[in-house]
Write a protein that binds this ligand. Structure first.
Ligand code: SF4
Ligand code: SF4
Length: 177
């Protein structure tokens, strides 16, 4: 039995094991071309976050909150294997342990280390941000987030489909969900 607090590290190790098989499945299904598109849209979101000043608002907030901001440890539990596999397929390195036991395992020294994030992490705009960033910029950002999340949703759906088709061949899969 895996303790809840350990389950993200278990999901990370299962993702590492399944990454190659999912990559082959994407090739067979002609889905591989969506990966560079996902990278492009995720990077565009990050660039826009920087250019409208959202990143600096969060960095300031994280300093006040001793490095964590709103990236608490509870949020890592919402991450599922398909999102983690997409990060691996895009070349991200997933951590094996927490830098700080009180914060999300994916929080690095300069912010989030993931390229593909859970929709809550992408969409969350706190009151602080809403007060500091002009509404028209937030509107542009939401549109860009929509493009990013649409592609990650399409690919995650395909990974779940792959898992459903292969759960009998991969006995460790059901316990991960
Ligand atoms: S989203 Fe809001 S609460 Fe979270 S780090 Fe940024 S400013 Fe702070
Ligand atoms: S995944 Fe990234 S953005 Fe989401 S809580 Fe963790 S460090 Fe923060």
């Amino acid at each position: 039995m895996v303790a809840v607090s350990d389950s993200i590290t278990k999901k990370i190790s299962i993702s590492l094991r399944l990454k190659q098989a999912v990559g082959l499945y994407f090739e067979e299904q002609n889905l591989s071309s969506l990966l560079p598109e996902l990278r492009l849209q995720a990077n565009r979101s990050k660039e826009l976050m920087q250019s409208i000043g959202l990143t600096s608002v969060c960095i300031r907030c994280a300093k006040v909150n001793q490095g964590s901001g709103c990236c608490s440890r509870a949020i890592e539990q919402w991450y599922e294997i398909p999102t983690l596999i997409l990060n691996l397929l895009l070349g991200c390195t997933l951590p094996q342990r927490h830098r700080d036991p009180s914060t999300c395992i994916f929080l690095g020294e300069t912010g989030c280390t993931l390229l593909v994030r859970y929709h809550f992490c992408v969409n969350y705009l706190c009151e602080h941000i809403k007060n500091e960033i002009p509404p028209k910029d937030l509107e542009r950002l939401r549109r860009q987030y929509g493009r990013e999340l649409y592609i990650s949703w399409k690919l995650e759906k395909e990974i779940w489909k792959y898992f459903n088709m292969n759960s009998c061949k991969e006995p460790s899969l059901p316990e991960a969900f």
